[in-house]
Design a protein around this ligand. Sequence first.
Ligand SMILES: [Zn+2]
Length: 437
Amino acid sequence: MSALKSMLAASVAASVLIASQASAQDGEAAPITVIHAGTLLAAPGEEPASTERSIVIQNGVITGVETGYIEPVGAEIVDLSDMYVLPGLIDSHVHISGELSATSRLDRMTLDDADAALDGARNARTTLRAGFTTVRDCGGPMSIFALRDAIRDGDVPGPRILASGPAITPTGGHGDINGYRHEIIDLFSGGNACNGADDCRRAVREAVRAGADFIKITATGGVLSNTNAGVGQQFFDDELEAIVETARMLGREVTAHAHGREGVEAALRAGVASIEHGTYLNEMTVDLFNEHEAYLVPTVLAGVTVAEMAEAGMLPPAVRDKALEVGPQMIDMLGIARRGGVRIAFGTDSGVSRHGQNARELELMLESGFSAEEAIAAATIVAAEHINLEEEIGRIAPGFSADIIAVSGDPYANISEMRDVDFVMARGEVALDPQRD
Ligand SMILES: [Zn+2]
């Protein structure tokens, strides 16, 4: 062992000692894992890449990042010395409990919440192994809370989930059930539909009572609701204000699904923390984003996916027309937002597209003018800030969760490397290992 290496080993041994003292009441020290990272992209967009680094991990947390390859006594070594190592990716907009298909309109008639939980567990594993160690579930069945908690407790493999539960919607709006005969609508329309400011306060309170980490609303019409009502504003201004104010009282932020420009702007003026999609925003809307320090979650992949489905004849007529119009618009929208300096957090709307293909959004971001480094920053550091976890995830540094991925080629030179992630660790547990899988 070189003098430098043994010195580093000694310094790690000292920090290991402190950690083992901290867990001494359990009888034995928690095991240590050390990742040898060939090229480390520790803080995309903020720090240049470094080479030959050792990432020290204990109890699911990064305890050190050291120069050179160290091998503390008793530590498990993960050799990624020929790889590019990055923080785990964050997708700010998924629907993990289901996946759109030509027959998925039938799912509501045939599948119950237990099916959704188990489908969600399968999709969560797929998403994790694609390199996404944290997701925000932006509207889904009540079973999402059980899945979130089971993953948190280590019972089921998957990304850390922040969940809204069912999106809050006006009656007949994008988040309500629609396009079925009225008896079926009566059967399934739930408390997430609200009308008038008072009723919307109730809906927010019920969402928080059910376990929502944040509040998702449908401020405008949407592409996939089977109703010929466009993609314009659907909540009134006083309803939007009541929702944001009630959420704030309960310590929750609101994110708004919104396509039409007036609906995007009404939601921003009401004080939502972020806009999902933002399809028809313009330069004036960009100013409102910046004034309110709101984030945009662009989900271009959803636009591309629904346009592809429409062209393949997979969608009912009321949906098809909206899909063909909205889809192609989204790449231009993202370019306008980026040039205007809007804070942009990576998000895909996966579940519309297939789970596990989330990283395709990065390629679409480059088509909108992003550099590869900017796009990866949007999926790590910026996304962590957006969901208020910037002290815990989004970078590889001491004190951060051991959410770590690796790819075989340089993703800053070729963004498509991110579609083939070779190694995944989530909260210190290896979920995908090139030696094992
Ligand atoms: Zn969505």
